[in-house]
Each structure stands twice: as structure tokens, then as C-alpha cells.
Design a protein around this ligand. Structure first.
Ligand code: FES
Ligand code: FE2
Length: 449
């Protein structure tokens, strides 16, 4: 078919991908794996999707104003009156918990003369416009019009705040501005079935970092859709990450890349010992003492055992039912168009979107969604990073911050390159970049179809 490395064919540190799957019985039905090949060999992705204002405007009208998208976490609005703003392109929505406990999403615009009803999230007992004081209940019913005698033409029912559709899954609140859109359940497709075991609704926001990046949102998102870039961008990971041994699976609105951890890349020019794999995984220098060794076990088994013990105090002996793969592999799901919850017991979840109405900058967010025991902890406050701030300015991300900084270093430079490129499209690997193909296949159907 091509020169890609077949999963299972490549060897790294003496372990094939198939052996990893055999030892760690992660449930991947054979029939589902076969869906990905339909994305092989598609045409190049046109540059205009990243740089054209016109394409962005079509994307806003045909995608963002019609698709189900994650707006916030339920835990961010726990009580009546708690609200957050969700902004996408030129639309601002107030996501509000009502007195009845229901979550609603209102367009953030006063029906009098249009002022934004809320400038930021918080908690209130009534939605009162700061300009002339029109007010609505938390359910969006008109409640107060100062000097009401001057507005005989205002009909209460007609002045209820317009709502957009809301749905929830996995602790996420989704919104959709299209009244005729399919139900959320249909859009989620396979995702809930896959996450039954990992219950994202039982997590809390341990960290949340929001960063503006100078590139189109798809440039940022695509950097997290494949492991092919690891050798070029994160070479320090090659001794412990089977980058080009990744498996890609696609199910309509859901896609997944599994990259085996605790095993070296086939692209590495040398064969690390199990101890060396461990040292690279844990970022321990070779001259550092006080380091436990793999002994006669694999680095993979040792690091899975360590992760299992790390979670035991939080979730109890359930950890004994979790496979090594669930602890060690990078199992990166994407729900079209822009939510990336990692599977298993990895805490990471990304969200990407345009930065306001600017198609040349975007917002990338990282949530760490952690299990907990006892009462639900309060969600962490958001750290906001500007385009010139480093990910390492968010120490709550730990070692991940350095990795994201390596990714973010490329992104504005990709955008700059795309703006000056004379070739009409970007060329993708047949297999390893097939999640990017999938994203653009769906995007094409939404925006151009
Ligand atoms: S614009 Fe809101 S009350 Fe006048
Ligand atoms: Fe990366």
C-alpha cells in the first residue's frame, strides 16, 4: 500500500504493538479497526482552510453555528444562578443553571438595545442588564422593565431570552445553535460506549489552562491528532514512545489514536534498555542516583504498576481491574469538531476553537480531569496565557507544560509558512495522519457540502 509501518510489524525494544495489545487487553473490536482505511489516500488539504477569511466565515456559519460543541463542565455551574460565558467566533452565550437545576444557554444580548447581559461568569439571582436595567429570571423569563408604563408594546412572552439547545455528557455541557440539529446523543456516536469504563462525569477539574496561540485553530488541533511529529518536535520522547506504531481508529464523529507508551520508537537509532526507557519516561538524568530499576520486568510493566499505586488511594482497588495499557498508552480521542478527551486514566482533555472572530489566532485549552474520592473538590481556577506566554507559566501542568511548549513553538511558524506557501495544499501521511484526514473530510462536508 505504501511505506508506512504496519502496527504490529515494527519492533521497538523487542516488543511488537500486537504483543502490547495481547498483554493489555484493551477492547478494540477488529471490525472497528477497519474503518480507518477509507480515509487513506485522500487529496491534499487546501491551504485556504487555514488562511482564508472567506473560508473562516463559511466555517462560522455552517459549522460553529450548527454543530454540537462542548461549552463548559457541569461542575463550573453547580448551583442556581451560576453561569459561565461560552464564546465562539462572534457569538457569546451565557450558560446558566436555573432555579429548577436545569442548565440553559442564552444568547448574551439584552433584548432592549443589545448590551451583552454578562461580561464574565459568576453567580447571580436575576439576569439584569447593566445598561437600563431590564431583568430576566434564571430561566430566561422577563421579570422587570424599569418604567414599564413606557413599554406597552413589550410582550412578556416575546421578550423571553432566546435559548440555544443544551445537552450533557461525561460532565460536559454541550450547546448547539441550530434548532434543527440532530440530538446530541446522535452526534456523540460511539463516544459514550467507549467511556463507560472511564466515567468522565466522575472527574473534577484539577487544572484548566486557556492559551491564545497565533495560528488557525486547526493548525493547533492537528498537532494533537498524530504522533508522527514526536521525532521532530519531542525527540526526548523517542526512547519511551512508540510514535509511528500508533493505531488510528475512526467512527463517524469520533476518532482515536493510540500511541503505545513505555516502548521505544522504531525511529530511534539505538535500542534502549528497560532502565533507560524508564529514565526517559520520568525525565531522570543518567547521572542521577536514587532511581528504581526495572529489574527483570519491562519498563512498561513497572511504570503501569507505579501508576496503579498512585491512583489506589483515590479510587481504591478498582485499579486492579485496569490494564497496563489504560495506564501507559496515550489513548487520544477526538469528538468532532474540537474536543479531545484522552481515554483511560490519563487526565488530559483539550479543546480548540477560533479566538473570537479572528481566524489567524485560536484558543487552546487543557483540562486535567482527575478522579477523586469523597466530596467533589471545587474546580481549579483557570490560568489564562496570552500568545507570548509560555505553557511553563502554568506550573499546574507539570511535565506536560514543557511538551506543550514544544508543540506551541511550531504553531505560529506553521501558520506563517502556510500564508506564504505556493503549493495549494498540505500533504498528509496515509495512515499516521489519518485523524487529520478524517477531521478535514467532516469539515469539508459541513462547510462545503
Ligand atoms: S440595553 Fe439592556 S436594558 Fe437597555
Ligand atoms: Fe506534540
Amino acid at each position: 500500500m505504501n511505506d508506512r509501518q504496519e502496527p504490529g510489524a515494527a519492533r521497538s525494544a523487542g516488543v511488537t504493538y500486537q504483543q502490547l495489545l495481547d498483554t493489555d487487553p484493551f477492547p478494540v473490536p477488529e471490525s472497528l479497526r477497519e474503518v480507518a482505511p477509507k480515509y487513506l489516500g485522500s487529496a491534499d488539504v487546501p491551504i485556504e482552510r487555514y488562511i482564508s477569511r472567506q473560508w473562516h466565515e463559511r466555517e462560522v456559519e455552517r459549522l460553529w453555528k450548527r454543530v454540537w460543541q462542548a461549552a463548559c463542565r457541569e461542575e463550573q455551574i453547580p448551583d442556581p444562578g451560576c453561569h459561565v460565558l461560552y464564546e465562539i467566533a462572534n457569538v457569546s452565550l451565557v450558560i446558566m443553571r436555573g432555579d429548577d437545576g436545569r442548565i440553559r444557554a442564552f444568547y448574551n444580548a439584552c433584548l432592549h438595545r443589545g448590551r451583552a447581559l454578562k461580561d464574565h461568569g459568576g453567580r447571580c439571582s436575576i439576569i439584569r442588564c447593566p445598561y437600563h436595567g431590564f431583568a430576566w429570571s434564571l430561566q430566561g423569563e422577563l421579570q422587570d422593565v424599569p418604567a414599564r408604563w413606557d413599554f406597552p408594546h413589550v410582550d412578556d412572552a416575546a421578550f423571553a431570552l432566546p435559548e440555544v439547545r443544551v445537552g450533557t455528557w461525561g460532565g460536559w455541557v454541550f450547546v448547539n445553535m441550530d434548532p434543527d440539529a440532530e440530538p446530541l446523543e446522535q452526534h456523540l456516536g460511539e463516544l459514550p460506549r467507549h467511556f463507560e469504563r472511564w466515567a468522565l462525569e466522575d472527574r473534577y477539574i484539577q487544572a484548566h489552562v486557556h492559551k491564545v496561540i497565533r495560528c488557525n485553530w486547526k493548525v493547533a488541533q492537528e498537532a494533537f491528532c498524530e504522533s508522527y511529529h514526536v521525532g521532530g518536535t519531542h525527540p526526548q520522547a523517542l526512547p519511551y514512545l512508540g510514535d509511528v506504531n500508533s493505531q488510528v481508529d475512526i467512527w463517524d464523529t469520533v476518532a482515536r489514536v493510540i500511541t503505545p507508551g513505555g516502548t521505544a520508537s522504531p525511529l530511534l537509532g539505538w535500542t534502549p534498555s528497560e532502565d533507560e526507557i524508564l529514565r526517559y519516561m520520568l525525565d531522570i538524568r543518567v547521572d542521577e542516583e536514587n532511581f528504581f530499576t526495572a529489574g527483570d520486568q519491562s519498563a512498561r510493566a513497572v511504570s503501569a504498576a507505579a501508576a496503579r499505586e498512585r491512583w489506589r488511594p483515590v479510587v481504591g482497588d478498582r485499579v486492579d481491574q485496569w490494564s497496563d495499557a489504560e495506564f501507559i498508552d496515550n489513548i487520544d480521542y477526538t469528538l468532532f469538531p474540537n474536543l479531545h478527551p484522552w481515554g483511560a486514566y490519563n487526565r488530559i482533555c483539550y479543546r480548540f476553537r477560533p479566538n473570537g472572530d479572528d481566524h489567524r489566532t485560536c484558543i487552546m485549552e487543557v483540562f486535567l480531569l482527575a478522579p477523586f474520592s469523597g466530596p467533589r473538590p471545587a474546580p481549579a481556577a483557570t490560568t489564562y496565557l496570552g500568545p507570548d506566554d509560555d505553557w511553563t507559566d502554568a506550573p499546574e501542568l507539570g511535565m506536560l507544560a514543557k511538551v506543550f511548549q514544544q508543540d506551541a513553538f511550531n504553531m505560529p511558524r506553521v501558520q506563517r509558512g502556510l500564508e506564504t506557501m505556493t503549493k495549494p495544499g498540505v500533504t498528509l501521511a496515509n495512515y499516521q495522519e489519518s485523524k487529520v484526514r478524517w477531521l478535514h473530510d467532516l469539515l469539508g462536508r459541513w462547510v462545503e457540502g
